[in-house]
Design a protein around this ligand. Structure first.
Ligand code: IVH
Length: 675
């Protein structure tokens, strides 16, 4: 390309295309092209800009890092103060707020509010001049913050240039910078692996990432921005209400929260509070409450402000996800594979909506990293459905008699040596199936719902059966009689009969369930399914070579090694033989993928199904050859939408994905199963 104007034109074209793909990927969550195509365009742009450096502009998507050098943290005085929000901790306080709003507005009519999740991150202000991002600042004390422009530019969901034409010449958009859960966990894993200090929560991680002097560091942190208001506008008109304003900044290229909704009056606000609280654990980011804002701007003006907060908005808080408590003791638990895990016994504490009295400490490395001792006061965190974690020790509160936690040399259950393989963090009991703890766990896993699905054989009964020596291996389960079981305390004749029947009913599992039930290390449900589908019979799985195993989906060298060593051990062969002689017959599978009517299709399930559980629906789809995914994307073939389906349904509709109601899905399954 010799002609500079042709080059300039191509550069413009590439930037527009890349910006659009960025917007769809980071703001709309709807990738428009495969990553490879994006990378190709990006590299072409980089190459042209290297060749023609005069044509580089700060808004070019290649210039997110580096165009403005280091972050200075110079003071930025906010033209309009960045206020905070009043809090409501109870329904009553929210109703009081609504009552005050109506009194001040002199109305008995229900007031219209916009309900938005209260993202747990940091407030930022972004100034745009003629559509270009010129300055970004933290909230600071509300009156003056710090200039963090260079760092903010690295966040992919921040528009460097506003989209469209309809924006004012000068505009300030405010919003929250936050770190989604998955990114936070990955970052902490990365830091822990390097032996670095980890962050206590996503908010802390977001703050730490924005506080970096070097924007290259910020650029590697998984931050996102969600816009929630427009503050200063010099020219150009804004809509007359908050809701339309949010939609307007969406058109300008900002991500806005998909969970936002309108509510009329306090009762609807409280409904919104409850439904958002129900959803809290499933959201990909953390929220600490819900914000209610009077929608109408003229009503907002009438209401005005008090000192540091507007009278037209309030945040209703959710239960805290972090609390302080003390470590009363540390015990070591032995898992199915012998892994010895330290578990902290805590003074019971209400956190993340439940009372927590145990938290895993993972392993000795984690104990050393946290420098945790018995007697310490610690931060306990329980977020989403994740198990409670000890995330930080409050050293100032360490009592003098705090005790160091020592790794046991012998298994607390069977007394065998505990060994730790060089380079592995996990210590293991060397007792194998001699160890009652490992035996119990192996049997629990075997009987569990996704494995042999033996109804009524709960963990408690397994503990007792193993302790009494009535069950040593999983095969022994199939020899239990009603008389045997009735000898157990609190086991009546009817329960004994039911249990014997349930055990008998598990005799003909699908092959994948049986493979999963065996409890081969790192062979989970998905891998068991891939193995069953690939090989069709247990004999073929057991006989497969290392190389051959690695051709199976999800199977790498480590898992292949675990599979081979499992089938090479004589006691495992004996158990499988004993199961076979006890009448267990796993069902072979068709390996002919093409014969599966939904082969190659990806389905997503959402909402509440009334006729079957999600797992049942998933199993039916998989038995027809479909893959079942957790989120909707351009690759989704069909979506089954149960009652109260939410954002996945909206997304599927916007992508033109086929949507089936539960009834349509059932009819579909019936016709498939007949053909
Ligand atoms: S509105 C005058 N909306 O909460 C209104 N704030 O305590 C000021 N926050 O500093 C903010 N999500 O960091 C608003 N949807 C949302 C929010 C939100 C999170 C944070 C923000 C602010 C703090 C107020």
């Amino acid at each position: 390309m010799a002609n500079t104007s042709t080059v300039a034109h191509r550069i413009e074209q590439l930037r527009a295309e890349i910006n659009d793909y960025n917007y769809r990927y980071y703001v709309l969550d709807e990738p428009a092209v495969p990553d490879a195509e994006y990378d190709r365009l990006f590299r072409e742009l980089q190459a042209l800009e290297t060749q023609y450096p005069d044509l580089i502009t700060p808004e070019s998507p290649t210039q997110r890092v580096g165009a403005t050098g280091e972050t200075t943290f110079d003071e930025v005085v906010h033209r309009l103060p960045m206020l905070s929000l009043d809090n409501a901790f109870t329904d009553e306080e929210l109703k009081d707020f609504d009552r005050r709003v109506r009194e001040r507005l002199g109305t008995d009519e229900p007031v219209e509010y916009v309900c938005e999740p209260k993202l747990d991150g940091l407030a930022v202000s972004l100034h745009y001049e003629n559509g270009r991002l010129i300055q970004a600042a933290t909230r600071g004390d509300g009156y003056a913050g710090e200039d963090i422009t260079a760092n903010i530019r690295t966040i992919p969901s921040v528009p460097l240039m506003l989209r469209g034409q309809g924006y004012p010449n000068l505009v300030e958009v405010r919003g929250e910078v936050y770190m989604p859960r998955a990114g936070f966990e990955a970052l902490n894993r990365r830091l822990a692996n390097k032996g670095d200090k980890t962050f206590v929560n996503p908010r802390n991680a977001a703050a730490g990432s924005l506080r970096q002097k070097n924007p290259k560091v910020t650029a590697r942190r998984p931050l996102e921005l969600c816009g929630y208001s427009v503050a200063v506008v010099d020219e150009g008109l804004l809509p007359d209400n908050h809701w339309d304003c949010l939609n307007l900044i969406k058109d300008w290229g900002f991500r806005i929260n998909p969970e936002m909704r309108k509510a009329s009056g306090a009762e609807e606000c409280l409904d919104a509070y409850r439904s958002l609280l129900d959803k809290r654990a499933t959201l990909p980011y953390e929220i600490d409450g819900i914000v209610f804002k009077v929608n109408d701007f003229s009503q907002q003006r009438t209401l005005g402000f008090i000192s540091r907060a507007p009278r037209w908005a309030i945040a209703q808080k959710f239960p805290a996800q972090e609390e302080l408590t003390t470590i009363e003791d540390v015990e070591f638990q032995v898992g199915r594979t012998g892994a010895v895990t330290p578990v902290a016994r805590l003074r019971p504490v209400f956190v993340g909506g439940v009372t927590v009295s145990n938290a895993t400490l993972h392993n000795m490395d984690e104990i050393a990293r946290l420098d945790v001792r018995i007697g310490d006061t610690v931060f306990v965190r329980r977020a989403g459905d994740v198990i409670p974690q000890v995330v930080k020790v409050v050293l100032d509160k360490r009592p003098e008699n705090a005790r160091l936690i020592e790794r046991p040399l012998h298994c607390p259950v069977c007394g065998s040596d505990i060994v730790q393989i060089e380079g592995e963090v996990v210590a293991r009991c060397s007792g194998g199936l001699y160890c009652a703890a490992q035996r119990k766990e192996a049997i629990k896993h075997f009987a569990s719902r996704k494995a042999m699905d033996i109804e009524g054989l709960g963990d408690k009964w397994i503990d007792i059966l193993v302790e009494k020596g009535m069950v040593k291996t999983v095969a022994d389960l199939y020899h239990l009689t009603v008389v045997d079981l009735q000898s157990l305390e609190r086991m009546g004749e009817k329960s004994a009969r039911n249990l014997v029947e349930a055990i008998a009913a598990s005799r003909r599992p699908q092959l994948w369930r049986f493979v999963y039930a065996l409890g081969i290390r790192e062979v989970g449900e998905a891998t068991a399914k891939s193995l069953a589908r690939h090989y069709g019979t247990l004999e073929r799985i057991a006989a497969a070579s290392d190389d051959d195993l690695q051709t199976v989906q999800d199977v790498g060298p480590i898992v292949a090694g675990h599979i081979q060593s499992f089938f090479n051990q004589s006691h495992n062969k004996e158990t499988i033989d004993a199961l076979r002689s006890a009448g267990v017959e796993w069902q072979s599978e068709s390996v002919d993928l093409a014969a599966q009517p939904l082969a190659g299709e990806t389905w997503v399930l959402t909402g509440t199904l009334s006729e079957m559980t999600r797992d049942e629906a998933k199993e039916k789809l998989e038995s027809l050859g479909a893959k079942v995914a957790g989120s909707v994307s351009a690759k989704t073939t069909s979506l089954v939408a149960g009652a109260a389906a939410g954002s996945k349904l909206t997304k599927a509709e916007s992508l033109g994905v086929k949507v089936l109601s539960e009834q349509e899905f059932i009819t579909f399954l019936e016709t498939r199963q007949q053909s």
